[in-house]
Each structure stands twice: as C-alpha cells, then as structure tokens.
Ligand binder design. Structure first.
Ligand SMILES: NC(=O)c1ccc[n+]([C@@H]2O[C@H](COP(=O)([O-])OP(=O)(O)OC[C@H]3O[C@@H](n4cnc5c(N)ncnc54)[C@H](O)[C@@H]3O)[C@@H](O)[C@H]2O)c1
Length: 354
C-alpha cells in the first residue's frame, strides 16, 4: 500500500543486531550523499563498496571505511542490506539479484528507464518480501511535508492551483559530470524522468491524486532522446490544476532550484529551497509570514513527527522489520505519471488519463 501520510519517526530498535552491515553497488555522487547521511546513524556501517570504475570504489571506500568488493555477488553475500546507486539502466538487474538473495534494498530513483521495468521491479521486491525504499528523498523534506499539510489537510478550503518550477544545469557537466545522463539507453529520457520524477511524486502527494496529464517537451541541447524542457498541465481528481515546468539549462552558476506556489481557496503557500525553505504563507486573516531553517524542521515535526534523514529511516525499517518509506510502490506511481506525460508529448500535448 502506498502510504501518503508521513510517519517516519525513529523507533527504538527491537532487534538484537546492533549494527546493520550495508553494501553499496555504484560509488558515484549520490552514493556519497547517502554515505554522509548514514554517518549520522549509529546502528549502521558501510562495509562494502563495488563500482565498475575501480577508482571510484576505492575513493568511496577510503571515505567511508568500507572494503572494496570484487563483485556485486560479494556485496550481496556479505552485507545485511544493499544500496543500488548506479546509473538508472543498471538498477533492474541489480535489484533482481538483491531481492533473490532476500536482502533489503535501497534503490535510487528512477527505478528503471520506463514504467513497465519499474512495475516488474516492484513485483520482484513484493514477491521476495524484502524491505524496499526508493530515493524519492524529498518525501522527508520538512518544507515539502509542511506544504503537503497546508494544501491537503482541508483547513484552508479546496485546493485550486499549484505552480511548480524546477531547474538545474544539464547534469552532463559541472559537479555531476555524468556522461550517462546524455545516453538514452542508460538514462531512459531527460529532465522529466531523470530529475523531475521527484516533482511528479510531490505534486501527486501535495495536490493529487492526479487523474489527467498534458505535456509538451523540447530539446534545445539536441542530445538524442534527452528532453531538456518539459511543460505539464496536471489535473487533480478534485478539479484543481497543477503546472510543472522542468528545465535543464547551461547556467552552471545556478544550483538545482525549486520554486513552488500553491493556492487553496483560503491560503497562498510558497516554497523555495528543497529542504528548509524559505516557506511563505498568506491567509485571508494574516499578512504574509515567512519561515526558514530549523523552524521549518520543527514545524514539520509537529505536523507528522517524522524524521529528516531518509537513510536513518531505511536502517530503522530494516532493523525493526517494518516497511520502509517511500517504497517501490510510491515510485511506480511517479513512473506512471511520467509515462502518461511522455505519451501525451508524443501526441503534441493531448490529455492522457492516468
Ligand atoms: N535521489 C536523488 O535526489 C538523486 C540525485 C542524483 C542522482 N540520483 C540517481 O542516482 C543514480 C546514480 O546517479 P549519480 O549522480 O550518483 O551518478 P554517477 O555517475 O555519479 O555514479 C554512478 C556510478 O555507478 C557506477 N556503475 C554503473 N553501472 C554499474 C554496475 N553495473 N555496477 C557497479 N557500478 C556501476 C558508475 O561507474 C558510477 O560510478 C541515478 O539513477 C540517478 O538518477 C538520485
């Protein structure tokens, strides 16, 4: 079941095993982000690292204290749980191997290069009965958790509109430097699938369920199959409309940025910055109020008691033998929205029911 309400607070560990042995397959940029967050978790150790690029594995092992593994099989055999953090097209066979061994899996988003692959991966982890989590990490963001509450709790009346703009420099350069993001076979598509699958998930959560999607895309950089602009109109079951603009540009001085503005009948809410704002609100009764930083964390915690560290939550789920969140089911729903958008774009923006 897809859990939409956030309840990811850490519980006391009921497990006799004191520390979870974690292995990584794929030792690039995102693996390092997970390693930093796992450092804050005293019930987990990164013990093994494997990458087809030996230098990357060695550098990751050096930073984390892990051993360099000689194969994927070794990582799976000698770890209690496995992170799949390779480029996207490699996720499916690696997830299959981990699931077949009955080990918990954290897999990065997108799960695979298309919807049918994502569905197969979901079926595999379900059949294996393993704890599974996907890298839709913004479900743990205090700013988005606050926005979800303001928009969907009903306290401000019906939801009317959401405008969601997301942009980053095309990540085949700069700190990403990932040639695979310009390779259709490895990435599956461009900015909408590779980056804005986060946004589709958030829009559905904050404003949905989304029932209809229209989309047009364009490709200014001219990399085959890798759209660098996607513009979507998403209609919710309640009749409100969301607009998503997702851009990959060349403004390398600009970090990845989201600007989100929503209206219920009785409030305006605004958000800049993925994690701790600033967030803004105006209601009929009050002037505009702005919060950011630790106060946003505290506001989100008051709402749902949740945690801000997705990796801590995964470790806790494994040790306590409970489902992790967000899981592969959440990812499949986001893939279904992306799939509808690409089908719409292929028909010049024709509305597609989801
Ligand atoms: N959740 C997020 O916010 C977020 C952010 C960035 C990237 N990602 C996702 O994480 C994944 C990796 O992205 P990245 O930025 O870390 O890319 P990256 O290029 O920095 O790292 C990917 C690594 O995977 C390795 N690799 C590829 N195939 C392999 C295999 N079969 N076995 C072992 N190693 C293999 C590569 O050598 C490379 O070192 C992608 O799916 C991407 O979409 C998610």
């Amino acid at each position: 079941m897809v859990r939409n309400d956030h309840a990811v607070g850490r519980r006391a560990c009921r497990c006799f095993r004191m520390s979870l042995k974690i292995g990584f397959v794929g030792c690039g940029l995102i693996a390092q982000s997970h390693a930093i967050r796992l450092r804050a978790v005293d019930t987990a150790d990164i013990v093994l690292a494997f990458d087809i690029d030996g230098d990357r594995a060695a550098s990751f092992a050096d930073k984390t204290g892990a051993r360099v593994a000689t194969s994927v099989e070794q990582v799976i055999e000698e770890s209690d749980a496995v992170y799949v953090t390779t480029w996207t097209s490699e996720h499916p066979h690696l997830v299959s191997a981990v699931a077949a061994a009955g080990k918990p899996i954290f897999c990065e988003k997108p799960l695979g290069v298309d919807l049918s692959t994502a569905r197969t991966m979901f079926d595999e982890v379900q059949a294996a009965g393993v704890v599974n989590q996907v890298g839709l990490v913004l479900r743990h963001s205090p700013a988005f958790r606050w926005m979800h509450h303001q928009m969907s709790s009903g306290v401000h009346g019906p939801r009317m509109s959401l405008v969601f703009r997301d942009d980053q420099y095309i990540p085949v350069q700069g700190m990403y430097g990932s040639t695979w993001r310009g390779d259709l076979e490895k990435a599956g598509a461009g900015t909408l699938l590779e980056h804005s699958i986060h946004d589709l998930d958030l829009i559905d959560w904050i404003f949905g369920p989304i029932v209809r999607v229209s989309c047009v895309t364009s490709n200014t950089h001219g990399i085959e199959g890798i759209e660098d602009q996607a513009s979507l109109l998403l209609t919710a079951s309640h009749g409100g409309q969301a607009i998503l603009s997702s851009t990959w540009h060349d403004v390398i001085t600009r970090p990845s940025l989201r600007l989100v503005e929503g209206f219920c009948q009785g409030t305006y809410v605004g958000l800049e910055g993925d994690w701790v704002g600033p967030i803004r609100q105006s209601t009929a009764e009050q002037k505009q109020v702005e919060w950011q930083g630790q106060e946003v964390v505290e506001m989100a915690n008051e709402i749902d008691g949740g945690g801000v560290n997705p990796d801590a939550d995964f470790v806790d789920a494994v040790l306590n033998e409970r489902p992790a969140f967000p899981d592969f089911g959440v990812a499949v729903r986001a893939h279904a929205l992306a799939d509808a958008a690409y089908r719409s774009a292929a028909e010049n923006g024709a509305p597609i029911e989801v």
